[in-house]
Write a protein that binds this ligand. Structure first.
Ligand SMILES: *Cc1c(COP(=O)(O)O)cnc(C)c1O
Length: 357
């Protein structure tokens, strides 16, 4: 058959979402376990009543609310169809064919995809032995073709977060003509105190990405935002898919900001559960990275696929990543207990290569 699409698309893997099954416990996609608060659900319903009208393409009301809550000028904020949409737009505003995008690997699966789709060249830099970003190696990977660097902290899927000093040293060493995107999708779970927006205030090449999908519980609604110098925000608007942040998404996000304290309160429960799960796994003999996100990472390497399948067979869907490891989202206590029951079983310990007494 005659080819009608770009030949290079063959080398781009399709995005693989976490598995889902109505009967299983789903700890595979880093979602919030709780549905929207009543006020948020009402805002969604109200917005649905005017679904015949196009949304405000500038998200003006949402951006004003974000501006107040973050203490950032409205000119420094852009919204996107999830922060994945903003990742794609960042490649579009920085890269032409053959320009290079650096990111740690393993990290968020969208980075290689949005890079290749834009015709840019991915430059993945292996994580350290501790499963964190190797910032020195990332600096060493910069060439005169580098246009964009993604830094995911806390890192999906390993959970590791960068310290303020190492991050500042890195940002100060990156040439000013290269954009650095600090992807803080899990910011609300990070208890290290590092805040990318503070670091971006004085650095015009630094963009912070955040999302309503995780701690705010709107993964199904699709809305995220970027905070950056107005020059970057203006460029993002040029490549933005018109109307891609729906009126329902804008209304839901505004309602979440109003209920911010109540929603952020939920993260304390998740953080306590995360530490409980990690401690239990360590006690069972697992190697578990230090995590600042709403998930834990087990670097099981070539045992990952079999381990993920066995967990699914035991009724708990987790996320295996090729020959790197498995990521387990922190859910409600009973869900985490179900995973721990599997993880500490003789069969699972054997699959993980942990000697049993
Ligand atoms: C979940 C996630 C996002 C957010 O995606 P949305 O498009 O906002 O749902 C962005 N970056 C990372 C690293 C993530 O894990």
């Amino acid at each position: 058959m005659t080819r009608v699409t770009r030949a290079d698309l063959d080398s781009i893997p399709a995005y693989v979402p976490g598995r889902s099954s109505p009967r299983a416990i789903k700890l595979a996609s880093n979602e919030s376990t709780q549905g929207p608060l009543p006020g948020v659900a009402q805002a969604i319903a109200d917005a649905a009543a005017t679904a015949n009208r196009y949304p405000d393409n500038t998200s003006a009301t949402l951006i004003r609310a974000l501006s107040e809550s973050l203490d950032v000028p409205t000119e420094s904020i852009a919204t996107g169809c999830g922060s994945v949409g903003l990742c794609q737009e960042l490649v579009q505003i920085t890269c032409k064919d053959g320009d290079e995008v650096i990111y740690a690997w393993r990290s968020f699966e969208a980075y290689p995809v949005v890079t290749k789709v834009a015709g840019a060249t991915p430059v993945p830099v292996p994580l350290t032995a501790e499963q964190g970003h190797d910032l020195d190696a990332m600096l060493a990977a910069i060439t005169d073709r580098t246009r964009l660097i993604f830094v995911c902290t806390p890192n999906n899927p390993t959970g590791t977060a960068l310290g303020r000093e190492e991050l500042e040293r890195f940002l100060d060493a990156v040439p000013a003509n290269i954009v650095v995107a600090l992807d803080e999708a899990y910011f609300e779970y990070n208890r290290s105190g590092v805040d990318g927006i503070e670091l971006a205030r004085t650095r015009p090449n630094v963009v912070v990405l955040r999302t309503f999908s995780k701690a705010y519980g709107l993964a199904g609604i699709r809305v995220g935002y970027a905070v950056a110098d107005p020059a970057i925000i203006t460029a993002l608007a040029k490549v933005h898919t018109t109307f891609s942040v729906s009126s329902v998404a804008q209304a839901a996000a505004i309602a979440c900001l109003r209920a911010r304290d109540e929603l952020l309160q939920r993260t304390h429960v998740v953080v306590a559960e995360r530490d409980r799960v990690r401690d239990a796994l360590l006690a069972a003999g697992y190697d578990v990275s230090v995590t600042e996100a709403n998930f834990v990472w087990l670097p099981l390497r070539d045992r990952s696929a079999a381990y993920g399948q066995a967990s699914a067979d035991a009724g708990v869907l987790i996320r295996p990543y090729a020959t790197d490891g498995v990521r387990v989202t922190i859910g409600d206590a009973h869900e985490n207990d179900a995973f721990l029951a599997f993880a500490t079983s003789a069969a699972a310990l054997q699959l993980a290569g942990i000697p049993t007494p």
